[in-house]
Design a protein. Structure first.
Length: 179
C-alpha cells in the first residue's frame, strides 16, 4: 500500500499515481473521519479522498501513535537521520513539530506509517478474519425436501416417511431381541 500525504505537492503525486499510472493500492480515507477505506470502495464514494490528510486534528493523533509504537517497542529505528530529527522534535505552541530551523519530515512519515499500520492494516486483518469465520460457518446439507402437492403431476410420497416406516417395521420385527 502506498500512503502519500495529500497536502501541498502530494495532490500532484496522487493524481499522477492514480490517473496516469493506475497504481492499484493507494491509501484512501473518508473526509472528516479519516477512517481508512479500501480503494475499490473509495472509487464509488464521494466522501473518500486519496492519500493521508495531515491536519491540526490528525497530527497529534499520528504523533501519539508513533510515541505508542516506540514506547511499546513495536518498531526499531535504524535510521540515524530519523533519530537526529527526533532529538529536535518538540511541542511548540501546543503543536508537535521540529525546532525552528530543523525538519520533521521523516518523523511525520514514520508516524503516518504507524497510524496506517495500526488502523488500516489491522482493520483489514480483522475484517478478513470476520469474513473467514462467516464462510466457515456456512454448511451445506444433502437433505432434499418434497415440495410437491398431493395430486400434482409427478407427485411422490415423501421418501423420508417411507424410510421411517421401514425402520419402524424393522423395529417391530426384531423388537423381541431388544427386550
Amino acid at each position: 500500500m502506498l500512503v502519500v500525504e495529500n497536502n501541498n505537492i502530494g495532490y500532484s503525486v496522487l493524481t499522477k499515481l492514480i490517473d496516469d499510472y493506475q497504481y492499484p493500492n493507494v491509501y484512501h480515507s473518508i473526509k472528516s473521519t479519516h477512517e481508512y477505506i479500501e480503494q475499490h470502495q473509495a472509487e464509488i464514494r464521494n466522501s473518500a479522498v486519496p492519500g493521508f490528510t495531515t491536519s491540526m486534528k490528525t497530527r497529534p493523533l499520528i504523533v501519539a501513535k508513533l510515541e505508542e509504537f516506540i514506547r511499546n517497542k513495536l518498531i526499531t529505528i535504524y535510521s540515524s537521520r530519523t533519530i537526529n530529527e527526533m532529538k529536535t522534535f518538540i511541542w511548540r505552541n501546543g503543536k508537535p513539530q521540529a525546532m525552528k530551523g530543523y525538519n520533521d519530515d521523516l518523523i511525520m512519515a514514520l508516524a503516518i506509517a504507524c497510524w496506517v499500520r495500526d488502523t488500516a492494516l489491522q482493520a483489514n486483518a480483522r475484517d478478513l478474519n470476520y469474513q473467514k469465520a462467516f464462510i466457515n460457518a456456512i454448511y451445506t446439507t444433502k437433505t432434499t425436501m418434497n415440495t410437491q402437492i398431493k395430486g400434482q403431476q409427478g407427485y411422490k410420497k415423501n421418501q423420508i416417511f417411507d424410510k421411517m416406516s421401514e425402520a419402524e417395521k424393522m423395529y417391530q420385527q426384531y423388537k423381541w431381541i431388544i427386550k
